[in-house]
Ligand binder design. Structure first.
Ligand SMILES: [Zn+2]
Length: 86
């Protein structure tokens, strides 16, 4: 199953993003499902990340339990191209 990376369309606006989609998140999603258009947690618009260029490497603490409750597979970026499943 492919993993898609999404980020809020307004990551700098707290009224239009939550801390999950503001920093971007990854979702394992069947190809047959329609593309995700809204954050599963805050329901605000998100966009699929096409390029990893210019991805900010800020590691903010986020609530793993909140994310898992919302059905996320939580992956935290440890290094470029390296992910740790939490
Ligand atoms: Zn959100």
């Amino acid at each position: 199953m492919p993993i898609y990376e999404y980020i809020s369309e307004s990551p700098d606006d707290p009224a239009r993003s939550c801390r999950i989609c503001a920093q971007g998140f990854e979702l394992r999603r069947p190809v047959s499902r329609a593309p995700l258009t809204n954050c599963p947690l805050c329901k605000k618009p998100v966009k699929k990340v096409i390029s990893r260029v210019n991805t900010p490497s800020v590691t903010k603490p986020l609530s793993i339990s909140d994310a898992k409750k919302a059905g996320f597979t939580v992956l935290q970026r440890r290094d470029q191209g390296v992910y740790e499943k939490l």
